[in-house]
Ligand binder design. Sequence first.
Ligand code: DLL
Length: 438
Amino acid sequence: MTWVPLVDPEAEGAAPDVRRALQQTRLRSLVDRLLAAEGLQASRLRAAGVTAGADVRLDELASLPTVSKPDLWESYPRGMRAVPDDEIVCIHGSSGTGGRPTLIPYTPADLDVWAEVMARALGGAGATRGSVIHNAYGYGLFTGGLGVHHGGIRLGATVLPLSGSMTERQIRLLVDVGADVLTCTPSYAIYLGEAMRAAGVSAPSLRVGLHGAEPWTDAMRVQIESLLGLRALDIYGLSEIIGPGVACESLDSDGMLNVAEDHFYVEAVAADGSPVPDGTPGELVFTTLTKTGMPLLRYRSGDVASLAGPVEGSPRTLRRMSKLLGRTDDMLVVRGVNVYPTEIEAVLLADRRVSPYYLIVEDRREPARPELRVVVEPLAESGSDLARDLTVALRERLGLTCSLLVVAAGSLPRVEVGKAKRLVRWSTGPAPVPELAT
Ligand code: DLL
């Protein structure tokens, strides 16, 4: 194995006991900050008998209370802030529920941490000060675009802030500017690669891609690598914790993702909350050791992966996580947008023309072009505008274009006993309803 130089040897290459001591110190200071903020997490800590950071030990972390997404939704729109408003310098977020996004406030110190972990992620992928990063993650509330941007600049590379879409222009710049690093969702990487192939052009300068924000498989990795002629690596993150850069595969991490665990302590737990051993899939639980704007102690991410130690003999001593294996809840991530089936249901059922029989189909037959299909039955004479109106309403609520199909009343399967199945994941085999086959 050729080891890739570390961006921050002191952090990425710390001896495990040195890092653990740092994590312990940071955990105590985090608990003190949470207690001083007197919010929900302070109440939960006090209820668990914690009155000061000095009370907590890293090896007893699993006995401390957790927080989860509904707690964040409850705190909308301010978020679970632990500092006065004038210390917040920006807000990012992702889709949530009830039409409310999950909003995350950042202080300058948080942006600094974000830039640092993203710079390390890019460096682990082989990017250097001389690199040009073609950044096609969306810029905006979504953390993808600006997260990569901060990290690229911290590394001293050149960032091209393309954001998503306008593929023709993206291809032109890929060819003309000659980026060596591509950052975008895996599905967009395939889209871009296919568009380049169709246009008969290539971008030989590309060396590596950092792809994440949505589930992707090794089959997609092979496809991306062959279409774009680069090495495709996985990058993971979530807005609640910081955004991209919580963990990232490096050229030398043997297919797993190095977790920036000096800032984001990671645990993997079973459904009952008990820790699972390394190598066993569990729900990832993150503690933001250094965050100040909205620090989280033991955030249950809903993401499932397994954990492992570093590659043997590697100067990179961080613990690693596998590619994501799934989610504990039923949140769908389609083209980088998080969608809850309940959100779709809310839109459908708000329309008086729609019957309560509907089906949400997560169509992943073409992994690079995941689609959300929604099949509805009209209640009575609905007119020809129903599909169009629902598409608009869903786009407004979810930030995602779904493909709507209105079928004849009575054609969707009814369930007499047990729970109705309103969500189907379709990756192979026959259409879940015959009308979708056409
Ligand atoms: O997607 C942050 C990000 C941006 C990561 C760019 C990587 C690249 P959210 O919008 O808050 O943040 O969505 C977070 O997306 O809990 C996972 O379920 C899913 N997800 C993120 N990265 C991956 C990945 C960003 N590499 C949610 N593989 C997370 C699979 C991922 N799923």
